[in-house]
Design a protein around this ligand. Structure first.
Ligand SMILES: Nc1ncnc2c1ncn2[C@@H]1O[C@H](COP(=O)(O)OP(=O)(O)O)[C@@H](O)[C@H]1O
Ligand SMILES: [Mg+2]
Length: 265
């Protein structure tokens, strides 16, 4: 089982779109996947067809009341398992302020889930959608995860954000020494745009072989699907967006053994 956080401090770069559609594409390839929404906006939750304001248990109950991840898991209309989030998560930073283990609550819950899994059929992947800030929730995700996938929009500000991002990951490796960047994925990509191509080349030079080959194009079907509460694969499986996320899922599956081996070095 591999845990992957989808993270970038910038908002609107395609984190949630990537989390939902990567999960759906992995599930379509017969992988057993759990999607955990860690953003109080609950976009990943509603994007899989769940009513975020009508959930018995959310990730807030896991972090605040010690409810198990297994108990908070529901099967989404999209067909895979989801742990939802909503506004209840928003006050977490303040509620947990001063609690000594507040950074490690998700990691502890994950430990229980992993132990459970030895009895049940284990997940192949757990995908976590993070909020666009380095708040306590995101820190919990980055401590609980094995790796991070960073969605990046190919615009000038992406380059400016690179230093911040490297610094964040570096700070987090003090708390999670085995944390690594599994890959960087170019999102909202417009191949006809010169600046996008220039930035893409710079990102490639900066990140080298951790850059995914798949470029996620700017595709209206990807933006429309959430309004229907379905991943794009279900909304329009022949769209460029759906095909790109399937290609990304294939890359993610293919890279697994190599990255695991590297981590053992
Ligand atoms: N590849 C894409 N093509 C078109 N629209 C996209 C694409 N990726 C994301 N969007 C849209 O852009 C907005 C921001 O994306 P989102 O995934 O919510 O970003 P984040 O989670 O990083 O804030 C949303 O309205 C989403 O539907
Ligand atoms: Mg989001």
């Amino acid at each position: 089982m591999e845990i992957i956080a989808i993270a970038n401090q910038k908002g609107g770069v395609g984190k949630t779109t990537t989390a939902v559609n990567l999960t759906a594409s992995l599930a379509a390839k017969r992988k057993r996947v759990l999607l955990i929404d860690l953003d109080p906006q609950g976009n990943a939750t509603s994007g899989t067809g769940l009513d975020k304001n009508d959930l018995d248990l959310t990730v807030a109950d896991v972090l605040l009341d010690g409810v198990s991840l297994a108990a908070a898991t529901v099967q989404s209309p999209a067909g895979f398992d989801v742990i939802g989030a909503n506004r209840e998560l928003a006050g977490l930073d303040i509620t947990l302020m001063g609690q000594t283990n507040s950074h490690e609550l998700l990691k502890a819950a994950m430990g229980v889930l992993i132990a459970d899994q030895s009895v049940n059929k284990p997940y192949d992947y757990i995908i976590m959608d993070c909020a666009p800030s380095l708040n306590l929730l995101t820190v919990n995700a980055l401590i609980a995860t094995d790796s991070v996938i960073i969605p990046m929009q190919c615009e000038y500000y992406a380059l400016e954000g690179l230093a911040d991002l490297s610094q964040t990951i570096e700070r987090l490796t003090e708390l999670n020494p085995t944390l690594y960047i599994r890959g960087v994925v170019r999102t909202l990509f417009d191949a006809r745009n010169t600046l996008a191509n220039d930035v893409s080349a710079e990102l490639q030079a900066h990140f080298g072989d951790i850059m995914y080959k798949t470029h996620i194009p700017r595709n209206i079907r990807l933006a429309e699907a959430p309004a229907h509460g379905v991943p794009v694969l279900e909304f329009d499986k022949n769209s460029k967006g759906a095909m790109a996320y399937q290609q990304l899922a294939a890359e993610v599956i293919k890279q697994s053994p190599k990255k695991s081996a590297e981590r053992l070095k």
